[in-house]
Design a protein around this ligand. Structure first.
Ligand SMILES: Cc1ncc(COP(=O)(O)O)c(C=O)c1O
Length: 360
């Protein structure tokens, strides 16, 4: 009997590991493992979703016109150059699938988002990992890795799980020095937490080979609904639209995302709350002897001195019902990625770690 074999690359995929949500025997777990918004969804999005529920017997919009228009108005961009996906994950899948295949290479950085090698393999392309320097993206390392087979560079900026950000000057240098046949994807999932950063919008506006991706899963508090978007040159968006399923986003998801993006005041308030608690958490971690870089996101990467020390810190947090993310798979076996919570939640993290330090 003929053997059924998958497409090349599929068996190279290691399954994505999401942040844990349960701790055996603990109720009311404080989940700080997936960079979700501690404020929950914006009330305006809940109202829009509830109203849209009466229309769920009808197929949703296929062109996402209302959501694209809202995004265009809020960000002052061209609605015809916006594409929406089931999370930014799907937008990243559109670009890798539409523009790379067998024999092509996709560059990502050593500590970049763990979906990148998976997406490259899904497209049949070869993922190429390049080192970062002191947990910051190294533009020269990327440029040195480019070959004539390179089709795409996938860049997380600000980084996950590092939380660090490439300066605007370095970002422009990367865009300038990449050959024109290479697409630069700037994944700006955490843009709204980075003061003064446009997420790559200016570059995506001006360059023929730059795509920016954004998500509703983080500051907009809609991770469970799965909505993301991309912005790039019209011809790139048109190509990607050909492989987008016509009804990829549900009626309720579209309605909630539109309300969320229009609620700019709520987003500003969440960013301010995050900045306060992030500074507090970073300061406390450093005082407790856990190294961490300044973060431009809604999480902090705490680095213990050793893996056993990280294990002990995690155990102490778990004992207090707090879940954080171990990031060995991202090249930091001694790292704990801690989502910034609200004031009370941050206080819980600091107390648990302070008690652990004083007991050890
Ligand atoms: C850097 C980065 N990009 C993309 C995503 C995917 O987000 P979503 O598919 O929920 O929009 C995440 C989620 O954690 C992320 O951290």
């Amino acid at each position: 009997m003929a053997e059924i074999t998958p497409q090349p690359g599929i068996m190279d995929i290691s399954l994505y590991q999401g942040g844990a949500s349960h701790l055996a025997g603990v109720e009311n777990v404080l989940k700080l493992s997936s960079n979700e918004n501690p404020a929950g969804p914006p009330p305006a999005a809940i109202e829009a979703l509830t109203n849209a529920a009466t229309r769920m017997h009808l197929y949703p919009s296929t062109d996402h016109a209302a959501l694209r228009t809202a995004i265009a108005e809020v960000w002052n961009v061209d609605a015809d150059r916006v594409i929406c996906g089931v999370g930014s994950d799907e937008v990243l899948q559109f670009v890798t699938q539409a523009f790379s295949g067998l024999g092509d290479e996709i560059i990502h950085t050593a500590h970049g988002f763990s979906m990148y090698p998976i997406l490259a393999n899904m497209a049949g392309a070869t993922p190429v990992s390049v080192p970062e320097r002191d947990r910051v993206v190294d533009v020269d390392a990327i440029l040195n890795a480019v070959t004539e087979r390179t089709r795409i560079v996938l860049l997380t900026n600000p980084g996950n799980p590092t939380g660090t950000r490439l300066s605007d000057t370095e970002l422009v240098r990367l865009a300038n020095d990449l050959p024109e046949h290479v697409i630069l994807v700037i994944d700006g999932a955490y843009t709204e937490y980075a003061d003064g950063y446009d997420g790559g919008l200016t570059l995506a506006e001006a360059r023929p080979n730059v795509l920016m991706t954004r998500t509703f899963s983080k500051i907009y508090g809609l991770g469970g609904l799965r909505v993301g978007w991309g912005y790039g040159p019209k011809n790139m968006i048109d190509v990607m639209t050909r492989i987008r399923q016509p009804f990829n986003l549900s009626t309720v998801a579209l309605a909630a995302a539109e309300a969320a993006v229009r609620d700019t005041k709520w987003v500003e308030e969440c960013a301010a709350l995050n900045a306060d608690q992030r500074a507090r958490l970073t300061g406390a971690l450093r005082q407790l002897g856990l190294a961490c870089d300044g973060s431009d996101t809604n999480f902090v990467l705490a680095r213990a001195a050793s893996v056993p020390e990280a294990d002990a810190a995690e155990a102490a947090l778990n004992a207090d019902g707090i879940l954080v993310r171990r990031v060995g798979g991202y090249g930091f076996p001694e790292g704990l990625r801690i989502t910034v919570g609200n004031a009370e939640q941050t206080g819980r993290v600091i107390s648990a770690l302070t008690e652990w330090r004083s007991a050890s």
